[in-house]
Design a protein around this ligand. Sequence first.
Ligand code: SAH
Ligand code: SF4
Ligand code: F3S
Length: 437
Amino acid sequence: MSAPKKLFIKTYGCQMNVYDSERMAEALEGYEQTQSPDDADMILLNTCHIREKAAEKVYSELGRYKVLKDAKPDLKIGVAGCVAQAEGQEIMRRQPLVDLVVGPQSYHRLPEMEARTHNGAKVVDTDFPEEDKFEHLKARPKAKRGPSAFLTVQEGCDKFCAFCVVPYTRGAEVSRPVDRILTEARDLVERGVREITLLGQNVNAYHGASSQGEQSLAQLIWALDKVDGLERIRFTTSHPNDMTDELIEAHGTCDKLMPYLHLPVQSGSDHILKRMNRSHTRDSYIRLIERIREARPDILLSGDFIVGFPEESDQDFADTMDLIREVNYGQAYSFKYSPRPGTPAAERGEVDAAVADARLQELQALIAHQQKTIQDSMVGREVDVLFEKPGRDAGQMMGKSGYLHAVHVADCTAQRGDIRKVLITESQRNSLAGRLV
Ligand code: SAH
Ligand code: SF4
Ligand code: F3S
């Protein structure tokens, strides 16, 4: 057998891309991963199209590979993910270095595509195939891995928010069958996984087939709850309209379900929410948060916000700031609106860029303050930490609390994969420090 070739994968965008990258690396037989593009035989960029900046990064990264390809003409360069889906062939016109373009729904065909590039062919596949890619991917390896894993259970989106490319790049909403997810989860546990984050662009809209008929996300969570050795369950990203009663209830009754929920609202203004086609209101969101907190009072809430959406007035923005004050987030992602080709909002006038920048700064300052206050409130508490890896200092271990705070413990006797009680002694910039109890 010849020595394995080297594969360098760079991942952009959301957790679903992280999962896909893992699956693509496993699918490409004869390759082992390298941490640097310099010694790679194949470079694969798994890309994100959500904002213009995200998409443009890909081209500047590709430009850097010219010297590598000049030095090693056999080097294969591929573009996968949502930019691949959105731009297809166009990528090769803009950057002739690229040998291969593969969309997020057809990467099970990657091995044969890679083989075709050896004859110098340029290969593009951005189909939305009938077949389920997961069924056609090579079985996952049995090798040990880290204690926390992503598992995609649902893909695509039918919601068509006016700003968003996901329904176009990932296609219609599809749920994987329950038994396949359970099998994959058990295999992950055998490999050392203790925590699984269920992924979907609209994960709480999950409705997978099973022998007992269609199952909801809450039912899937209860099925996973019975998997021995699996200690923690999370899910992301949820849409407010799909937070069902049984899912809210599970947050209060399922011990393995962690007290953290990412529930994007995007804006606090009803006018803007309507123009975004979000189909929830400010009020319905706030009432939903109240119900979730009734079920699980200590839950840490996270959100996504877009500022500078077309027509956003000072008052609309003030409404968003009010909503943030009312909810009190432990964590949030916020973005300046980026018009995306092909989406309805891209046809509308834009808010002045300087105004949008100022709003983003103001919003991020408020979120940072809330985040820090909630993080600081952990000092003096005992929390369960799942230890993931050694920290920067000798003897130090790093892990995550149920609230997803990073926790460092010095002179730590816990091993990777252990869940141990930690007394939090200090709140640092982006993490907590503590000692084993
Ligand atoms: N499915 C998830 C979000 C997927 S995209 C949901 O419905 O919440 C992740 C985040 O990117 C979104 O929540 C939104 O805040 C942001 N986003 C999406 N399109 C954007 C755009 N055109 N400009 C700026 N931010 C955008
Ligand atoms: Fe995009 Fe809206 Fe679908 Fe989320 S729900 S992926 S923001 S279209
Ligand atoms: Fe980006 Fe595609 Fe995820 S556009 S956010 S990588 S679904």
